[in-house]
Design a protein around this ligand. Structure first.
Ligand SMILES: NC(=O)c1ccc[n+]([C@@H]2O[C@H](COP(=O)([O-])OP(=O)(O)OC[C@H]3O[C@@H](n4cnc5c(N)ncnc54)[C@H](OP(=O)(O)O)[C@@H]3O)[C@@H](O)[C@H]2O)c1
Length: 327
């Protein structure tokens, strides 16, 4: 008899999630039926979208999310014991899965760690790869700005921009992240939005103006960046993490004047738009890692019981690169 642990949303959070909003529970799992298999979580992802989805999530349901897990029991010959899989099973230690529902066998990562399937070789990696290249269409010599640059998606976008020959400015919330971006990842400059005057700092960092903006945060930072864009600049709207923990969307200066007067192309996206080309992004990112052109960092929290803490830490900027939990 297997007893699964799971984190259940019992109250939609107002502001940053509280310990009383998401609680750890146990569930005794039944015996496997034909076609089913049992997955034990190895790595679990904590992502901003989990907070963004909360207002639309049912209460008393398991927190949503993806994990890399190992099959430990199986009545499905296509999913034998010992195989590693990636699945959208939510915040759970053990999950009974039927058929191939929400499951992919972990692809060959060429000897790289399996945890990367939740980061640079998974959804965040492809968000950066497709969102940036397809929407921003960067050209060598152009200036690119990335917000939430020290996170899972932003840190990859900036490096891809460097690979494409651009000048890259990262905006993030700590000098430690800034040092990592410039000294290790090759960003040209860094703005700390918590301590710098972003408008003035950006004028210095991008004296020829901004051609591409990869927007992870929304809000005032984004209007400031758009006001400094060049004519026909491109903006990829990836997320708005600056709002996710706010009760009301803050009133900030609108970017419309910049969009019209500079004739900007502004487009939002969801990474699954490129599901049909998914492996292309993973293959290219793997190749760049092997060539030493793309680096990654993971902020790993130990222990399934610490998922809530890892989640809130990430929302507050405690992660550098991809935030993960090792079960
Ligand atoms: N469209 C898609 O398909 C897609 C897919 C994946 C992710 N996303 C979006 O991409 C963005 C980044 O996601 P991620 O997974 O890479 O997360 P992440 O950047 O690794 O983690 C979130 C980061 O947001 C920053 N942040 C928190 N509050 C902020 C605020 N008020 N203002 C500015 N920055 C703030 C924090 O860094 P600081 O230290 O810099 O504050 C934190 O580390 C999110 O908006 C997410 O929703 C979209």
């Amino acid at each position: 008899m297997v007893v699964a642990k799971k984190w259940v949303l019992v109250k939609r959070s107002e502001g940053y999630p509280k310990e009383t909003d998401i609680v750890l529970q146990e569930e005794t799992l039944p015996e496997l039926k034909v076609d089913e298999f049992l997955v034990e979580a190895v790595y679990l992802s904590v992502d901003p979208y989990m907070r963004a989805m909360m207002p639309r999530s049912e209460v008393n349901t398991t927190m949503i999310g993806s994990q890399v897990g190992k099959i430990i029991e199986s009545k499905n010959p296509k999913y034998p014991v010992g195989k590693y899989v990636i699945g959208q099973y939510g915040w759970r230690t053990h999950t009974i899965v039927s058929g191939n529902e929400f499951t992919r066998i972990l692809p060959d990562l060429g000897g790289l760690p399996s945890s990367l399937a939740l980061g640079i070789l998974g959804m965040p990696g492809n968000t950066a790869y497709f969102g940036f290249l397809e929407l921003c269409k960067p050209k060598a010599g152009e200036t690119v700005v990335v917000s939430a640059a020290g996170g899972a998606v932003g840190s990859i976008v900036g490096q891809i921009a460097k690979i494409k020959g651009c000048t890259v400015v990262g905006i993030a919330g700590s000098d430690q992240k800034g040092k990592w971006l410039t000294d290790e990842l090759g960003f040209d400059s860094f703005i700390n939005y918590k301590t710098d005057n972003v408008e003035e700092a950006l004028k210095k960092a991008a004296p020829k103006g901004v051609d591409c903006y990869f927007d992870n945060v929304g809000g005032e930072i984004s209007t400031i960046v758009m006001n400094q864009m060049n004519e026909f600049g491109r903006v990829a709207i990836c997320g708005a993490v600056s709002y996710y923990n706010e009760k009301e969307i803050p009133k900030v200066p609108a970017p419309q004047f910049a969009i019209v007067s500079k004739q900007l192309r502004v487009e939002g996206f969801i990474a699954i738009r490129w599901t049909g080309r998914w492996m292309e992004g993973l293959k290219q990112n793997t190749e760049w890692i092997k060539q030493g052109k793309l680096k990654y960092h993971e902020t790993v929290t130990d222990g399934f019981e610490n998922m809530f803490k890892a989640f809130v830490d990430m929302l507050k900027g405690g992660n550098m690169g991809k935030a993960l939990v090792k079960a």
